[in-house]
Design a protein around this ligand. Structure first.
Ligand code: UGA
Length: 427
């Protein structure tokens, strides 16, 4: 199948590379000339395990190409994916200007009937508007399919190729079946719905997962007060298939480019039609508070944090990415700085990103350097590199042996034996 993909961000690039890997001829289009010329040289703009290899392989085998030429890519493709950004507008809604720009470009350059696939996360009703927009500029038939993406950063390629489900929403049976055929090689359930339901499935899924995290975080905070351990509690809960074990890890709150944005956008969508989503609103409030907890814990350990040296392990919003959008680390570090603490941070990949976002902190090469003379250590991102540290060595480096385990990854008993004061989340 001949496919064009507009937008070479996380979703577009992964979808493009994976669709090429499934045997399709894919042209990835972007307005950013530098990005396209880098991609042609095999330079991947984001850190994502496995992506570079799959891009290179399909580029070399000529199933995957990159261009800034929108016209040619539209003329050459029957199926056109829209995977451009939908940034948050000031009101909290998704800003659809890039989506509609692409729809217009498709309409203006359509040389035959086209099937447009919305991969970007867009408000309910957008598929119909995209169809209207593109159709304004062409006599050819335009069908639109909503095909939300559920991949996670850090495991994006695997998530695309081994999804739990594929959702295809369209008013056109023919268009839905065409897109279904693209996903047939994957071993997963394919659900065909209306475009509105497909758009809602995406928001509702992200809002539910965010709520699940905030739920366990609230339970964690209660566990602390009543002497339970949230790790045991979430394990016990998760063994019930109706609850499920995933996304029940308590910690320092959720971040990233999706949950915070989508949780707000869904509330806005609801508000616009006179509904209030009180559970989701509270999930958001709990999350904001959760990001302050590591510092609250620390404040109880010292009379003042002024001048205290705090080692921070992990800056990315989660492991295996350099993305720091809405990362808990930003809230935590800024809070520490407001308390006049000195911060020395370390992250295997996200340090360069951090330098653009955070000021007034130092960086260490590794956790042992960060621990030198530190009055406390806070673990924020559970990178593999931080899982098995030599805590005897860390303890020797530190000024006082206090660990705030913001993701509950360490063995509290072992740390206690080594003389640490261990403070997890809900343990
Ligand atoms: C999320 C969804 O998981 C994807 O299905 C979706 O496609 C994507 O958003 C999107 O809409 O594009 P992502 O933001 O990449 O993916 O990352 P997640 O793995 O979902 O983690 C989000 C945040 O939740 C992270 O900060 C993570 O630390 C936190 N989290 C996750 C917890 O605090 N506890 C958990 O149990 C799980």
């Amino acid at each position: 199948m001949k496919i064009a993909v507009f937008g070479t961000g996380y979703v577009g690039l992964v979808a493009g590379a994976c669709l090429a890997d499934l045997g399709n001829e894919v042209i990835c289009v972007d307005v950013d000339e530098k990005k396209i010329s880098d991609l042609k040289k095999g330079k991947i703009p984001i850190y994502e395990p496995g992506l570079e290899a799959i891009v290179k392989k399909n580029f070399e085998e000529k199933r995957l190409t990159f261009t800034i030429n929108a016209k040619e890519s539209i003329e050459n493709s029957k199926i056109i994916f829209i995977a451009v950004g939908t940034p948050q507008s000031e009101s909290g809604e998704a800003d659809l200007k890039y989506v509609f720009q692409v729809a217009e470009t498709i309409g203006k350059n359509a040389n035959e009937s086209k099937v447009i696939v919305d991969k970007s996360t867009v408000p309910i009703g957008t598929a119909k508007k995209v169809k209207e927009k593109a159709s304004e500029f062409t006599q050819h038939k335009i069908e639109v399919v909503s095909n939300p993406e559920f991949l996670r950063e850090g495991s994006a390629v695997k998530d695309f190729l081994e999804p739990d489900r594929v959702v295809i929403g369209s008013d056109s049976k023919e268009a839905a079946e065409l897109i279904e055929s693209l996903y047939k090689p994957l071993d997963c359930e394919i659900l065909i719905t209306s475009s509105e339901s497909a758009e809602m499935i995406k928001y509702a899924s992200n809002a539910f997962l965010a709520t699940k995290i905030s739920f366990i975080n609230e339970i964690a905070n209660l566990c602390e007060k009543v002497g339970a351990d949230v790790k045991e509690v979430s394990k016990g809960m998760g063994l019930d298939n109706r609850i499920g074990k995933h996304f029940l890890d308590a910690g320092s709150g959720y971040g990233g480019s999706c949950f915070p944005k989508d949780v707000q956008a869904l509330q806005k969508i609801a508000h616009n039609v006179g509904c209030e989503l009180s559970i989701i609103r509270e999930a958001e409030n709990v999350n904001k508070k959760q990001k302050t907890i590591p510092v609250e814990k620390l404040k109880k350990e010292f009379d003042s944090l002024e001048g205290k040296k705090i080692a921070v392990l992990g800056l990315a919003f989660k492991p295996n990415t350099d993305d720091m959008r809405e990362a808990s680390s930003i809230e935590i570090i800024n809070y520490l700085l407001r308390e006049k603490a000195k911060v020395i941070a370390v992250d295997p990949i996200a340090q360069e990103t951090a330098k653009k976002i955070l000021s007034g902190i130092e960086y260490a090469k590794n956790p042992y350097d960060a621990a030198k003379g530190a009055d406390a250590l806070i673990l924020i991102t559970e990178w593999n590199e931080f899982l098995e540290l030599d805590f005897e060595k860390i303890g020797r480096e530190m000024n006082s042996k206090i660990i705030i385990d913001g993701r509950n990854i360490y063995n509290k008993e072992n740390l206690k034996k080594l003389g640490f004061k261990y403070l997890g989340i809900g343990r």
